[in-house]
Design a binder for this molecule. Structure first.
Ligand SMILES: [Zn+2]
Ligand SMILES: [Zn+2]
Length: 384
């Protein structure tokens, strides 16, 4: 998406992002097999630069300091020739990746803190718009400031994913990397040998399983036969995976007899199918399946800043205690900037609550970077 940005805002963010990388280069987490990865960058003018490679962390750092990109990405795949066009790169495998984003959680609080912003003149609306009423531009950005409830729900969903990966796929905790994306989601990377060579179709099957898609009464050995229900699955088949989750949630004691009785009681095959669908959509993991099936994706790099928020993509060693608005915000609180705010806002940053009116305000640098990256404010006065 094209994301024009005014010069003053661009200069401000470039200066601050550069300062961040100077001070925090140690936070950039080099991926394993770094020379075999493709790197990509986004500029503050919205240009995407791909198909680069860096054999050493030092040369990547030098590139970043010199060019100050708004976003830094690294392929989940390992290639023989990472700088070649996609079909000639020589794919050697890829980490399996998962993205849990607010967009997929459909929380009711979303409308309280979601904004529609004209990419040209930064006019902001709380209601959905498909065209700017001021300059008639039709590129409208959708930005959200996650509230406490959003963060709690994202963490809960991330834990749900981790539980599935460990219990149903036998993935070891030490091979899981959990991080905050820097904006409105969490990323989970599986770096385990037996998953690296899976093709896109197999990854799609993994995503479908996690989301509880295509679960049918037949998955439980139940058929829509005239002669009644036929249970073909041994009872031990109900002691793990989706079958265990569903029968537990339906509170059915595990025996074929009980299952038959239960299905008859609730109204037969169609009602049983409805119940399965309901439970699957409740406890299925809300991931973005497109991310998981993509074996050539360039994925945000750990330790880099997210250009949509100015927050850093940060590894979460303790998900319960992790507070994105504090632990991923690396900008100062003791230096101020004058910004003009485009819409009244309420939010927390670094443990402090802000209630700002639509006016010019003097705010800490940490707040200015966040709101300008979100396109909810403009620099009014700043000298570096
Ligand atoms: Zn406009
Ligand atoms: Zn919320």
């Amino acid at each position: 998406m094209k994301k024009e940005i005014n010069t003053k805002n661009k200069d401000f963010l470039t200066t601050l992002f550069k300062e961040y990388y100077f001070k925090n280069l140690g936070l950039l987490n080099p991926p394993i097999q770094m020379p075999n990865r493709e790197f990509g960058f986004m500029t503050f003018d919205g240009k995407v630069i791909r198909h680069l490679s860096f054999s050493k962390l030092g040369s990547l750092k030098a590139y970043i300091i010199q060019n100050v990109p708004s976003d830094i990405f690294c392929s989940n795949a390992y290639y023989q020739f990472p700088t070649f066009p996609i079909n000639e790169k020589g794919w050697k495998g890829a980490d399996m990746i998962f993205d849990i984003d607010l967009n997929d959680l459909l929380l009711s609080c979303q409308k309280e803190h979601t904004f529609y912003i004209c990419s040209n003149c930064n006019v902001v609306s709380r209601d959905y718009i498909n065209q700017c009423y001021k300059c008639h531009n039709t590129t409208i950005l959708k930005n959200t400031i996650p509230c406490f409830r959003c963060i709690t729900s994202l963490k809960k969903e991330t834990k749900n994913l981790i539980e599935f990966l460990k219990k149903d796929f036998g993935i070891q905790e030490k091979n899981l990397e959990v991080s905050f994306s820097g904006n409105t989601g969490f990323h989970v990377v599986v770096c385990q040998d037996n998953y690296m060579l899976l093709d896109s179709k197999s990854r799609s099957d993994v995503a479908g399983y996690l989301m509880g898609r295509n679960l049918t009464p037949e998955s439980f050995g139940v058929r829509n036969d005239k002669g009644g229900y036929r249970i073909k699955i041994p009872l031990s088949g109900f002691s793990y995976g989706w079958r265990k989750r569903i029968v537990q949630r339906m509170k059915i004691p595990v025996s074929s007899d009980h299952l038959n009785k239960f299905i008859k009681k609730i109204g037969g095959y169609p009602s049983f199918k409805n119940e399965i669908d309901k439970i699957a959509s409740e406890i299925g993991v809300k991931i973005d399946p497109q991310v998981t099936t993509d074996i050539h994706r360039i994925f945000r790099m750990v330790g880099s800043l997210n250009g949509k928020s100015g927050l850093s993509k940060t590894i979460c060693y303790d998900l319960d205690k992790f507070d994105p608005m504090t632990d991923s915000c690396f900008f100062e609180n003791d230096k101020s900037v004058d910004i003009s705010i485009n819409i009244p806002l309420k939010f927390h940053i670094k443990g402090k609550k802000y209630v700002l009116d639509k006016s010019i305000s003097s705010v800490p640098v940490s707040v200015a970077v966040f709101l300008i990256s979100k396109r909810l404010a403009n620099v009014a006065n700043y000298s570096s």
